[in-house]
Design a protein around this ligand. Structure first.
Ligand code: HEM
Length: 498
């Protein structure tokens, strides 16, 4: 016993000595490194050289993007936002960071986007070969050409969404379009991914699945800020983190269940399965993906393809309804459509497309940091040397608010896209860029065109409602990785008198 006690004492002594001696040394070493780093030449507030606390504080408020934009306004297009992180809001910087040929790797932040089964997805992976294989396998079915085959599915869901919105407007005086656009985009991506929609539009009510979807954008923020606590929450009862963890596990479970249902469908009709964005990958004669990979990627389609499109549609509806001149111009153009118009007709409507482009500028759904890691050899960007391991990032929020590129950047003005300058086009990056550009961008734009056209043909006089105290403040953008309106609702009425 005394022997054990003395050994324990010895261990404690050693640990104590380590922390007494080594910790201050490590801290000193870190301070020395920070003072010597080539990043000291990068403009930014004094504290960003020493600590990331201020940045984290703004992140937790859902205001990091706005804070970084404020830094760009003060310090220019290249700004050091924390000891190891630099944000670029220049076109040249964005092209270098998100290049096609020499892409920098995504950072470990993307680990939180792994699927519920722990498998990497095309979205989350930091491995170039894994990404290239997945991108090759998944691209063709979601290309612009292939999507023509699923237009009828999108149209059917648009029609049902508008019917439901109309019913709510009649019944309650206003409809929460945000709720219906989430149901719409989830049903579309569900049907295209799993061969069967989640029937959210039919049910029209907030069940557990709808709640999980509604919370994706906020939960992602918490998972990025506290990745370790989320992992711990699978073992320990940590109320907030356990809730976020449980929600992401359920998303994985929904995906697994849906894949299982689709496999049963294929087994029942092996020669004529309902085609989905994943059908070919189940086919033994083609190059296959493993089952966990299919489940993981289909889960990431739901996350990447529901809130993003829904929140864009929500801001579009609200921004147009607030401005009578914009609304009237859009409604007039939509009146020129023939009966039984197709998406191809919508592509050729200039103003409709300008409205969408302007929405994606001012209210980009993923407007915050897209972080990448500088390779070990380091590199120069915009005249500043970035040592290996530095995290460089761009945020569409700032690229889209550069007053030297976009006149009056805070104004929602679709007409600015009538004859855009080269800079305007190059700085517009709501879908990211380079090798990791959004895979679903054609689907997203198709949904935006079809839903907007049908909405403003059905409700050409729609107005923002003041029912239940709804006002502009409710639409303030909260931004973690994705953006959403502060009060998570958007009330619209059919016309002035309603
Ligand atoms: C308006 C709607 C949308 C917006 C604004 C948007 C935005 C983005 C952005 C900014 C990225 C790049 C992320 C990064 O570099 O970290 C991205 C990637 C991605 N998006 Fe979207 N997205 C939208 C809709 C969709 C839809 C409908 C899908 C459906 C499948 C989708 C699937 C993906 C996938 C799979 C990636 C990863 C691509 C890769 O890493 O190669 N997105 N999206």
């Amino acid at each position: 016993m005394p022997r054990r006690a003395s050994r324990t004492t010895l261990y404690i002594e050693i640990l104590h000595a380590f922390f007494r001696k080594a910790f201050p040394l490590t801290a000193l070493h870190t301070l020395f490194q920070r003072a010597q780093s080539p990043l000291t030449k990068v403009p930014g507030p004094w504290y960003s050289k020493w600590t990331s606390l201020v940045l984290t504080y703004h992140w937790l408020r859902g205001k990091r993007a706005q804070y970084v934009q404020h830094l760009h306004e003060e310090y220019g297009r290249v700004v050091r936002v924390s000891p190891g992180k630099v944000d670029f809001s220049s076109i040249s910087g964005a092209k270098r960071i998100h290049s096609f040929n020499r892409p920098f790797l995504k950072t470990s932040m993307y680990d939180v986007f792994r699927a519920g089964n722990g498998t990497n997805t095309m979205f989350s992976t930091q491995n170039l070969d894994y990404h290239a294989r997945h991108r090759r396998l998944l691209s063709a079915p979601i290309s612009e050409a292939s999507l023509k085959n699923v237009e009828h599915i999108v149209q059917a869901r648009v029609d049902l969404a508008i019917e439901k919105i109309g019913l709510d407007m009649k019944r309650y005086g206003a409809a929460d379009v945000m709720k219906w656009w989430i149901f719409f985009s989830t049903d579309v991506i569900g049907e295209l991914t799993f061969g069967d929609s989640f029937r959210m539009l039919e049910q029209g009510k907030i069940n557990q699945y709808a709640r999980d979807l509604h919370e994706i954008a906020g939960n992602v923020g918490i998972r990025i800020a506290f990745p370790r606590l989320i992992k711990l929450a699978s073992y320990l009862p940590l109320p907030l983190f356990s809730r976020v963890y449980a929600s992401s596990q359920r998303m994985g479970f929904y995906a697994e269940e849906s894949v299982l249902r689709y496999e049963r469908m294929i087994a029942a009709e092996p020669n004529n399965p309902k085609t989905t964005l994943f059908t070919k990958l189940f086919n033994a004669s083609e190059e296959k993906m493993s089952r966990p990979e299919i489940i993981a990627n289909s889960q990431s389609y739901i996350t990447a393809g529901s809130d993003t499109t829904a929140h864009s549609l929500t801001y579009l509806t609200w921004a147009v309804c607030r401005d009578d001149a914009i609304k009237a111009k859009l409604a007039r153009e939509l009146e020129t459509l023939p009966d039984g118009y197709r998406d191809e007709d919508l592509k050729s409507l200039p103003y409709l497309n300008q409205v969408i482009q302007e929405t994606l500028r001012l209210y980009a759904a993923a407007p915050a940091l897209l972080p990448r890691k500088i390779p070990p050899s380091g590199c120069e960007i915009d005249g500043y040397w970035m040592p290996g391991g530095t995290e460089v990032q761009t945020q569409a929020y700032s690229m889209h608010r550069d007053s030297q590129v976009y006149l009056e950047p805070e104004r929602f003005n679709p007409s600015r896209w009538e004859s855009p300058s080269k800079e305007m086009k190059d700085a517009w990056m709501p879908f990211g860029g380079g090798a990791r550009i959004c895979l679903g961008l054609h689907l997203a734009q198709m949904e935006l065109r079809m839903a907007t056209a049908k909405f403003f043909r059905s409700f050409p006089n729609a107005k923002v409602s003041t029912l239940d105290g709804f006002n502009d403040d409710d639409m303030e953008q909260v931004i973690f990785f994705l953006t959403f309106p502060k009060k998570k609702r958007c009330l619209i009425q059919a016309s002035e008198g309603c």
